[in-house]
Write a protein that binds this ligand. Structure first.
Ligand code: ATP
Ligand code: MG
Length: 777
């Protein structure tokens, strides 16, 4: 252990060795906060603290896994397995399953993902006969989410005239009713949405003192990474659990608080000292991640924010290169620049593709970058797009599986009741829904009792409904004797899903069928993997929970060598030698939606600080002079954030264009004001400054069309592209279940990359590489 302690500087060592009590580490980017947390856990274990008594909460499950493996390398693997580590959502979903009966939920409750919640909200809006242009489902969902994250229950809502008035002002007076109906429908469906996982945990800990006592006693040491982005609901959970022993260690950086729009509350950091007795504060100042130029440039940007804690960040690293700034005419050209630059850097400096990241403000910007990378055969991976599990065909199969586990799950049922088509029409489903709402039962229960209810459904349809119920019941019987893979395979075949895609015959249909097959492979791998663990059995519900809570980052096995494309929000906590921040333009970054108040603008600036501080060796800032947005070509101006960096840190690769913007400090003085005013953010539509729509001259348009030959062509799908990593044809591999074999073909790309493997046992199997657990021999 001493050797490991020597890997820390003095300032880091102090919080690691700190004895019991509350401690907080506030420090700038790259100063080793996450490292301190990791080593502190290892040190606690080294001192004899039982890992069962340690709870660590991280931003992604991937971060938790990495921390665990680091700790395992310090104190030994078997003990580290027993740590409670993960995101708030995954840790508390586990606890809720154990305690669900107290809240009236089945232990096999479904977790509704965002899509499920949105579908449910849409149908409620429709059933209530409301105007869907006024009651936009996404806005309604945001609003409900912010209620839940502020612990405003339906009852609390109706007791709060201010909230009701705010909704009435936003022309949505019936928000409360929707909220109520949404909660009831989720409950009836035995389902919790993401926010419920926190809300219900709070309810559990408040209503049941004996449960609280049990978990307070279990989690004697609690550690939280990225504390600046916890919301009120998470704050209360941490506070409640740590109240008895007060062994709480939080690390964070107020300058990296970037989730206020989702309810993150910076006051959680500011009030920490008031919340616990005898808090020890630690500061770290030395950045180990980035070059001198990057650190100094980032400091010069964040200094422009008024609302911040004073912090010093310096580095002993070399100054390194200047930050490179590049201007292009269009986003297609920007993409080409990024692709060529990655290519050149990887050649010149012998870098791997995994050493590069392209960061953007909004997901839609990835398209131009993707196109360019693809043309240069540079393998990449997009994080945060439509994940594998959200594809239609995958959700269809998963919905059957969810329904088998929890027949009350209405969103799952509605998805599959008539897929593949079995002659159960929309009118029938509506009749069933009305009856279900009337009797306060689930649709499946109504379907199982058709003989007792007069529904005016004629004999033919009635039989179809009965057949459906019988089919689901038979799957439930299978589920008792078979593992998740066997069941899923039976479902895919017997429901006719596979057949449906096959018969479709189009390339899309075939791709869908293959995806379903890959899902089955994935489930198979999961089952095998789980069986090796003592406390898991590879059950279907475990798989579904894993899927529901998996974020895109979690799917990253880290062993594939691809350029990472992601939004800045997702990049928090990560680091890459080369970072390209693209779309550095006014109205895009800072976003037009976030320039109404100073606090919004400051959040954008913090976002830029996060982006810049991801880079270890080299940062690039790129912008274009015109860009297609909302279907129109608009003139773009360089982002003010470029100008906010002191010029001597920049190297202009192209002649700079001034935005005409000069940084001027704003005069009003509401430090932390907007955060303090209310714990509650309303979601009333923001009056975003619309970007200027200068129509380009016909000449310019013509030129642009030449530059953008893809104009007007629909977004292309990923094409085949042999990824340049180690898994290639001819490589010998070993699979956990199928044994040894050789890769005979590779196809697909990114998330879809597949390998055809000829196994020594004789069989040839096609495996989706994101799932397949292969060892290279
Ligand atoms: P962020 O604010 O971005 O989350 P952080 O404060 O959590 O950053 P870490 O990710 O823990 O910082 O550390 C940044 C990098 O510096 C990592 O690569 C880490 O391994 C390295 N590092 C931290 N402390 C030391 C040290 N004492 N000696 C050598 N390397 C260090
Ligand atoms: Mg960190």
């Amino acid at each position: 252990m001493e050797n490991y302690i020597a890997e820390l500087n003095d300032a880091q060592r102090a919080p690691v060795l700190h004895k019991d009590g509350a401690l907080m580490v506030i420090a700038g980017a790259g100063s080793g906060k996450t490292r301190v947390l990791t080593y502190r856990i290892a040190y606690l274990m080294y001192q004899g603290i039982d890992p069962f008594n340690i709870l660590a909460l991280t931003f992604t499950n991937k971060a938790a896994r990495e921390m665990k493996s680091r700790i395992a390398s310090i104190v030994g693997g078997s003990e580290a397995k027993n740590l409670w580590m993960g995101t708030f959502h995954s840790v508390f979903a586990k606890i809720l399953r154990i305690e669900s009966d107290k809240l009236g939920y089945p232990s096999n409750f479904t977790i509704y993902d965002t899509q499920d919640s949105q579908r449910l909200i849409s149908s409620i809006i429709k059933e209530m006969g409301l105007d869907k242009d006024v009651y936009k489902y996404k806005q309604v969902q945001n609003r409900i989410s912010s209620f839940k994250n502020s612990l405003i229950t339906v009852k609390a809502y109706f007791n709060n005239p201010d909230l009701m008035e705010a909704d009435a002002m936003a022309k949505r007076p019936r928000m409360g009713e929707i909220y109520n109906e949404y909660c009831e429908r989720c409950f009836k469906a035995g389902a919790m949405d993401f926010d419920d996982l926190l809300l219900k945990t709070n309810e559990l800990l408040t209503r049941f003192p004996e449960v609280l006592a049990k978990y307070q006693d279990r989690f004697r040491y609690i550690l939280v990474d990225e504390y600046q982005d916890t919301n009120h609901s998470q704050y209360l959970i941490v506070k409640a659990l740590s109240d008895r022993y007060q062994n709480i260690c939080v690390v964070g950086d107020d300058a990296q608080s970037i989730y206020a729009f989702r309810g993150a509350n910076i006051n959680n950091i500011l009030n920490f000292q008031k919340d616990y007795d005898n808090v020890t504060m630690y500061r770290l100042e030395q950045n180990y991640r980035s070059t001198g130029n990057i650190v100094k440039a980032a400091n010069s940007v964040i200094e422009k924010n008024k609302s911040r804690l004073d912090k010093v960040v310096w580095t002993a690293n070399d100054d390194g290169n200047l930050i490179k700034v590049h201007r292009s005419e269009t986003d297609a050209e920007e993409g080409r620049f990024v692709a060529s630059s990655i290519f050149e850097n990887s050649m010149q400096h012998q870098m791997n593709h995994g050493d590069f990241a392209v960061l953007y403000r909004t997901n839609s910007q990835s398209r131009a970058i993707e196109d360019a990378l693809r043309r240069k055969d540079i393998p990449y991976r997009i994080y945060g797009g439509l994940s594998f599990y959200q594809r239609k065909e995958i959700k269809d199969v998963l919905s059957y599986l969810r329904l088998i586990i929890n027949p009350k799950d209405e969103e799952a049922l509605k998805r599959v009741i008539n897929f593949p088509a079995r002659g159960i029409g929309q009118t029938t489903v509506e009749k069933l829904t009305v009856a279900a709402n009337h009797y306060r039962r689930s649709i499946f229960e109504v379907m199982s009792n058709l003989d007792k209810i007069d529904l005016k459904i004629h004999g033919g349809t009635r039989r179809k409904l009965e057949d459906f119920v019988t089919m689901i019941r038979s799957f439930q019987v299978t589920n008792q004797n078979a593992d998740a893979f066997q069941l899923a395979e039976q479902v895919a075949k017997q429901t006719g899903i596979l057949q449906e895609f096959k018969k479709d015959g189009t390339p899309e249909g075939i791709a869908r069928m293959e995806n379903v097959e890959e899902l089955l492979n994935g489930i198979q791998d999961f089952v095998e993997g789980q069986k090796e663990l003592a406390d898991a059995e590879g059950s279907l519900s475990e798989f579904l929970e894993d899927v529901a809570l998996a974020t895109d980052l979690d799917q990253d096995t880290g062993d594939d060598d691809r350029v990472a494309l992601m939004t800045i929000h997702l990049a928090k906590g990560l680091e890459f030698p080369y970072v390209y921040i693209v779309g550095m333009e006014e109205d895009l970054f800072p976003s037009a939606m976030s320039m109404n108040t100073r606090s919004e603008l400051e959040e954008e600036r913090r976002l830029f600080y996060v982006a810049l501080t991801r880079a270890e060796k080299q940062a690039y800032l790129t912008y274009t002079q015109s860009r297609y947005r909302w279907g129109k070509l608009i003139d773009a101006e360089p982002s003010r954030f470029i100008e906010e960096i002191e010029d001597h840190f920049l190297e202009h690769l192209t002649p700079p264009v001034s935005s005409g913007y000069r940084y001027k400090p704003m005069m009003d003085d509401d430090i932390f004001g907007p955060v303090d005013k209310s714990k509650f953010r309303t979601t009333k539509p923001k009056q975003g400054t619309p970007p200027s729509h200068h129509s380009p001259s016909p000449e310019k348009l013509k030129k642009l069309r030449k530059l953008r030959p893809d104009l007007g062509v629909p977004k292309s799908n990923m094409t085949d592209n042999q990824a340049l990593n180690e898994l290639e044809v001819g490589v010998k591999v070993e699979h956990t279940r199928f044994g040894k074999g050789e890769i005979v073909a590779i196809e697909g790309f990114g998330n879809d990359k597949k390998a055809e493997i000829k196994f020594d046992t004789g069989g040839i199997k096609k495996l989706l590489l994101r799932f397949a657990k292969l060892t290279i021999l």
